[in-house]
Every structure is written in structure tokens, then in C-alpha cells.
Ligand binder design. Structure first.
Ligand code: NAD
Ligand code: 6OD
Length: 492
């Protein structure tokens, strides 16, 4: 990734109107694996974002907008094939940008990145609308029916934790619905967005239907998108605080908004749970992707009869995690996304210690004695003994860390789990079927699992309550967001 093979550092350009566009200013893309510089990224200024909006509008009213649904879907299938044809390149790029293990990128990020295009192309072809027969005083009646219309130009602002997966989760339904899109990937993970632009171009997606602008948030490409009058809808995944800023900015021309934000997700383990399955699932939900999954469990509640055994076993799982480089097949956990993010996660480790938490395991930064010491690695960590009202229990940390606490009955577990301003996800582990349904239904969260975690059926509604977001994406819900429905009333 570091160079073009001739010793030149790789440069990532914006993709506007079907062309790769340089800008007057670049920023450095450094890998968290070992701190080396892997590329220079051309930051889009306001003029480049303006050009992207013009190109998108031209595509929407032109070549892209004139395609039939079938033609559009065939292009999206070709995009999925195109990602798969360059699978290894996508995997390597995602691993270099994020540091995640190759096993994870090749089983989750990249296959899902391709699958999103197939799934939403399939879905749009079978989508229905509403129709109502209406009675009228003259007895002749009227028929009402609704039709869908794309918004026009949609801005997609995505985070760094699952870069291709989360951007395509929005791009695919937006494009399947007929919109032209402008993607702003995270400044931390610009590479797979650029590769996706190459794929879009190579399979013949009309110029301007898909654009990529690189940059940051405030006073950069992110803000230029959210304030642009030519953009009609913005879909955003990221931090709650950023969502607040985007909401203000987008109010100028009342853009449609979809927000997938942060979480502070609970996992509840009852004494009757399949112990090994609950340990496996909880270890995954705490440590997978170095805990940088919005759906991760950061608050774990265990029924008292199995509490000590659960803590000891989860501790062993944390301590057995192999931390390393993406390409090492033994690696189970990579670094955090950056040194800056490590500062944030470490500050919560320090705060927990300051508040008198028991450190069950971890709490520090590993030393390897090799080039990884220049990376952004951190120890898998479990705390216990903190009150529910502490900042550690209230705020999203977004690292490989959880706090674990015992409970004595179902009502107490439900009350503790719901004691949060967030409401993204929950997990319940029990072999009592009725209790599984009952507790899960009592959770104030949008995505709830019983005896599993991160099992995804992409047709289901996905989104959070409270500080975790606005709206639902996934399946039909995404198609609803990415189109306007208009009613037509015909007097008979
Ligand atoms: P972030 O909010 O810092 O950045 C996300 C994107 O927003 C980036 O592309 C960034 O450049 C851009 N941005 C930042 N400020 C902006 C502004 N003022 N205007 C416009 N754009 C702006 O989030 P992150 O650190 O990249 O991602 C981690 C966060 O994302 C965590 O809070 C996590 O929970 C959340 N997340 C949520 C979901 C979900 O589905 N609910 C999924 C993944 C991540
Ligand atoms: O699987 C998905 O579709 C999805 N939206 C996952 C979100 C993960 C958050 O980090």
C-alpha cells in the first residue's frame, strides 16, 4: 500500500463526475499497525464538493436517472462482482487503514461490502407501494396510490470502524433507489472508498452517479456536504456529538436525515444460559474489532449464581486474545484506529482506576519490543465494582473493554440495562424462551439479540433509540428513507 512500486507514496484523489481529482492540499494517512505513512489523501475543498454536487445533479437528471430499475440493478450487481474481483486488494486496504485482522476483513467487511449491493438491488425490484380505494359522495369513488421518487443527491458520511461495510450499507440502497451519491469516508480510512470509485468507473456506472470527497468534518468536506443546498438528504454513521452538529447544519434546507450513532450497550447473562455460548458471544461482543463496533457490549450484567465463574472465564478469554498485525493468521485483535483514539480509550481506563474500579484484567498498553510499539494497540480490559452512575458506565468508550456487574433478579437486570441515554443494542443470554422474549422486549434499544450477537438479516430494521440515532435503515426501511413517497389521487 505504501507506494506505487516505483518508490512514490500512493496518493488518494477525490472522485468527481467520473474523474479522479487532485486538490491543493493533502493529509497523511498513517496505519495504526505500526505508525507508518501509507498514503497522502487529497482533501476536497468547497469547490471540489460543489463540483461533486453539480456532477451528481447532472447524473440524476441525466444518464443515471434515465436508467430503468433493471439497468441500475445490473450495474449494482456488477459493482458487487467488481469488489469481489479485487477482493485481496480491498482486504489489504481495509487492514492497512484500520489495523483489523485480515481474517475479520475477509470474512466480514469486504464480503458484506459486496453483498450490500446485491441485497438492495434485489430488494428494489420487489418493492411495493400503497393503494386505497376511496368512497366519494357521488358514488364514483377515487383511487389513491403512492409512488416513490428518489431524493436526488444524497450525502453519505461514514465512520472508520467498518469502512466499506458501513458506507455500502448506505450507498447501495441510496443508489438502488435511484439517487446520485456523494460519499465522504472517514479521514482515517479513505482507501476502500477510493477503490470503490475505481470499481464504479470500471463497470460503467454513469459519471456523477457516485462521487467520493475526502476530508474531515468541521470546515472541511463533511461540513461542506451537510450545509450544501444541492444535497437533499444526508445519511450519517458516527458519534452522537457529530450527529448533533450535522443536525444543526442540515437544518438550513431541511434535509432528510438518517443517523446511526453511538451506544453503551448492555449484555444480560442469566444463570440458566448455555454458559459456553454466553462466554463466546460476550467475548466477541466486547473484543471483536478491538471493541470498535457500535453494537459492542460495554456493560455486562451476570446473574449472581454464575457471576464469579463468568468473570473468571471472560478474564481468561481476554488474556488469551492474540494481539498483532493484520496479516498474522494467529491475530485475533488488532490495534485501535489511531494513537489519538487510544488516548481517549486510555483516559477511560485511567478514570475507572481513579474511581476505584477493580481491574479484572488489562487496563494498559502492551509492549511488544518490535515495530508494533509505534502502533495503537491496547489491552483487552474488564472492570468491575463501579456504580451505574459513573462516567465509565454512562459514556461510550469504543474500545475492547467492558464493566461487569452482578444482578439478583430479572427486574433489576432490566432496570440496569435500560439506565442509559443511548438505545442502540442489547443482548440477552438465557435458555428460558419466555424470559428471552420478555426481557428482550423490555429493552429500550433498537437492535436486540437473544442467545446471539451481531447475527444480521439485512431486511430487518436497524437503528437506535435516544442518543443512538434517528430512523431505521435496512431492507424496506432503507428504501423508505432513500426515497420520497408521493400520493396520487384519481377521481373515477
Ligand atoms: P465521527 O462522528 O467522529 O466521524 C464520522 C464521520 O463524520 C467521519 O467521516 C467524519 O469526518 C465526519 N464528521 C466529523 N465531524 C463532522 C461534522 N461536523 N460535519 C460533517 N461530518 C463530520 O465518528 P467515528 O469516530 O468515525 O466513528 C465512531 C463512532 O461511530 C462511535 O461513536 C460509534 O458508536 C459510531 N458508530 C455508530 C454506528 C451505528 O450504526 N449506530 C455504526 C458504526 C459506528
Ligand atoms: O451490519 C450492519 O449492517 C451494520 N449496520 C453494522 C453496524 C455496526 C456498527 O459498528
Amino acid at each position: 500500500m505504501a507506494s506505487d512500486g516505483k518508490g512514490n507514496l500512493r496518493e488518494l484523489r477525490n472522485f468527481v463526475g467520473g474523474e479522479f481529482v487532485a486538490s491543493g492540499s493533502t493529509f497523511e494517512n498513517v496505519t495504526p499497525v505500526d505508525g507508518t505513512l501509507i498514503s497522502l489523501v487529497h482533501e476536497a475543498d468547497r469547490a471540489i464538493v460543489d463540483r461533486a454536487v453539480d456532477a451528481a445533479r447532472d447524473a440524476y437528471y441525466g444518464a443515471w436517472g434515465k436508467l430503468t430499475t433493471e439497468q441500475r440493478c445490473n450495474l449494482l450487481y456488477a459493482v458487487a462482482d467488481g469488489i469481489e474481483a479485487r477482493f485481496d486488494e480491498f482486504v489489504d486496504a481495509e487492514c492497512a487503514d484500520t489495523g483489523k485482522p485480515k481474517s475479520l476483513a475477509s470474512h466480514l467487511d469486504i464480503p458484506r461490502g459486496a453483498a450490500n449491493f446485491r441485497i438492495f438491488a434485489d430488494l428494489i425490484k420487489s418493492v411495493g407501494t400503497e393503494a386505497y380505494m376511496q368512497e366519494t359522495p357521488d358514488g364514483r369513488g377515487a383511487v389513491n396510490y403512492s409512488v416513490r421518487q428518489p431524493h436526488g443527491v444524497v450525502g453519505v458520511i461514514s465512520p472508520w470502524n467498518l469502512p466499506l461495510l458501513l458506507s455500502t450499507w448506505k450507498l447501495a440502497p441510496a443508489m438502488a433507489s435511484g439517487n446520485a451519491v456523494i460519499l465522504k469516508p472517514s479521514e482515517e480510512t479513505p482507501t476502500t472508498a477510493t477503490l470503490l470509485a475505481e470499481v464504479m468507473k470500471s463497470v460503467g456506472v454513469p459519471d456523477g452517479a457516485f462521487n467520493v470527497v475526502h476530508g474531515f468534518g468541521p470546515d472541511s468536506a463533511g461540513e461542506f456536504i451537510t450545509t450544501h443546498e444541492g444535497i437533499h438528504a444526508v445519511t450519517f454513521t458516527g458519534e452522537t456529538a457529530t450527529g448533533r452538529e450535522i443536525m444543526k447544519a442540515a437544518s438550513a434546507n431541511i434535509k432528510a436525515l438518517s443517523f446511526e450513532l453511538g451506544g453503551k450497550n448492555p449484555a444480560i447473562i442469566f444463570a440458566d444460559a448455555d454458559f459456553d455460548a454466553a462466554i463466546d458471544g460476550t467475548a466477541r461482543s466486547v473484543f471483536a474489532n478491538t471493541g470498535q463496533v457500535c453494537l459492542s457490549s460495554e456493560r455486562v450484567y451476570v446473574e449472581r449464581p454464575v457471576y464469579e465463574r463468568f468473570v473468571d472465564t471472560l478474564k481468561q478469554r481476554g488474556e488469551a486474545m492474540v494481539i498483532g498485525r493484520p496479516e498474522d493468521s494467529a491475530t485475533q485483535m488488532g490495534p485501535l484506529i489511531s494513537r489519538e483514539h487510544r488516548e481517549k480509550v486510555s483516559s477511560y481506563y485511567a478514570l475507572a482506576a481513579e474511581l476505584g474500579a477493580e481491574t479484572v484484567t488489562g487496563g494498559g498498553i502492551p509492549a511488544f519490543g518490535d515495530e508494533r510499539d509505534a502502533g495503537a494497540y491496547i489491552e483487552p480490559t474488564i472492570f468491575a465494582g463501579l456504580g451505574e452512575d459513573t462516567r465509565v458506565q454512562k459514556e461510550e468508550i469504543f474500545g475492547p473493554v467492558c464493566h461487569i456487574a452482578p444482578f439478583d433478579d430479572e427486574d433489576e437486570a432490566v432496570a440496569m440495562a435500560n439506565d442509559t441515554e443511548y438505545g442502540l443494542a442489547s443482548v440477552v443470554w438465557t435458555t428460558d424462551l419466555s424470559r428471552g422474549h420478555r426481557v428482550s422486549q423490555a429493552m429500550e434499544a433498537g437492535i436486540n439479540w437473544v442467545n446471539c450477537w451481531f447475527l444480521r438479516d439485512l431486511r430487518t430494521p436497524f437503528g437506535g433509540m435516544g442518543l443512538s440515532g434517528i430512523g431505521r435503515e435496512g431492507g424496506q426501511h432503507a428504501l423508505n428513507f432513500y426515497s420520497e413517497q408521493k400520493n396520487i389521487c384519481v377521481k373515477l
